[in-house]
Write a protein that binds this ligand. Structure first.
Ligand code: 5RP
Length: 222
């Protein structure tokens, strides 16, 4: 199976997994990226059978609206029963690196109000140690160089993602060369750097469930 077919397969599995949550009053949190897009396209068949969605990016909001799914401002929503999103890397503790698509901040915000975070990924994303995928860090533009110098002191090699402006109007530094063994602690350490908006480590709030597409089928890990 190709990676794309695996993404499609796991998106369908996510829909089956959350089916009990699809009820007239349900608002579903929806992530960003190609795997999440397959999920949105699959979710569209239930349009009208649930209340709507909270989107983790402008791109996701747009795709949901194309399917006539109502998109809610998160300020109007107290909690979500479920948030479904992809990842760039996932370890055995279901700690993640996210933000390859640049939506890390809104993804983390939406995940923070979800009772359950269902991560959907193909097997290429499963790793022993996080950091092979460069860790995205969203920064306030005027602080970019200052934050980059601090990241170097922490052992990383930050590369400015040129030409990319996040939905929040900020810049992204992709930090290469990390081997992240204490993810919760490192996430907090990065958040403490002045000028950092968010980092792409989802360790303090990891996924609750991982649906992992493999050539032998979709595995459920929690
Ligand atoms: C976007 C993300 C995505 O979930 C992550 O990049 C995985 O993307 P894809 O499903 O396209 O492989 O964090 O900010």
């Amino acid at each position: 199976m190709t990676q794309d077919e695996l993404k499609q397969q796991v998106a369908q599995a996510a829909l089956d997994y959350i089916k009990p949550e699809i009820q007239s009053d349900a608002i579903i949190g929806v992530g960003t990226g190609s795997t999440a897009n397959y999920f949105i396209d699959a979710l569209a068949q239930y349009q009208g059978q649930f209340k709507g969605a909270v989107a983790s990016s402008e791109a996701t909001a747009e795709r949901l609206k194309q399917h006539h799914i109502d998109v809610f401002d998160m300020n109007e929503v107290e909690s979500l029963t479920v948030y479904v999103d992809g990842a760039d890397e996932v370890n055995k503790q279901l700690e993640l690196i996210k933000g390859g698509g640049g939506a890390l901040t809104r993804e983390k915000i939406v995940a923070s109000i979800a009772k359950s975070f269902v991560c959907i990924a193909d097997e290429s994303k499963a790793v022993e140690v996080l950091g092979g995928f460069a860790l995205p860090v969203e920064v306030i533009p005027m602080a970019r160089a200052a934050v980059a110098r601090k990241l170097v002191k922490l052992g990383g090699q930050p590369i400015y993602r040129e030409g990319v402006v996040t939905d929040n109007g900020n810049d992204i530094l992709d930090v290469h060369g990390l081997k992240i063994t204490e993810a919760k602690q490192f996430e907090a350490e990065l958040n403490a750097i002045v000028g950092v908006v968010t980092n792409g480590l989802f360790a303090q709030r990891p996924a609750d469930v991982l649906l992992l597409a493999t050539s032998e089928g979709v595995k459920t890990l929690s």
